[in-house]
Design a protein around this ligand. Sequence first.
Ligand code: HEC
Length: 131
Amino acid sequence: MKPSWTQLAVAALAGLLAFGLAACGGGSAEPTAAAPSGDAAHGATLFAGTCASCHGPDAKGIAGLGKDLTTSTWVAERTDTELVDFIKTGRPSSDPLNTTGVDMPPRGGNPALTDADLVDIVAYIRSIHVK
Ligand code: HEC
């Protein structure tokens, strides 16, 4: 005798339920990272493409263009989040906090940089900073 439509439906539902339970319950319990940390190697590539034109290929600054980021105490005193926020907005020469009279453009003048890119760039800046 052929199975009825209801029997097939019940079997299908049971199968779905079992699959769903396996998918939910069987997940691995990998520890989540304590804090989001950027990819410094990727940040170095992005820095070379956008920031090096003013801050120099090694971030040691170019006179009249961009400051040395490797020895900046201002950089050292900021959190990663604060640095990302700073790079997003920059520091125009009209800003009273500007120290050189030269514009630091938002996102280094490259709007294509995503927030995740900026996190990677900050990781790179941390990696080359000397105390
Ligand atoms: C067009 C030139 C230019 C580009 C491109 C540029 N900057 Fe700057 N940046 C500056 C200038 C000028 C200052 C200093 C502003 C001032 O006088 O306070 C500065 C300041 C900074 C500071 C603060 C340093 C301090 O000690 O106060 C950080 C951090 C920084 N830039 C990061 C970056 C990053 C990251 C990029 C690339 C995404 C970038 N900059 C691209 C010109 C530039």
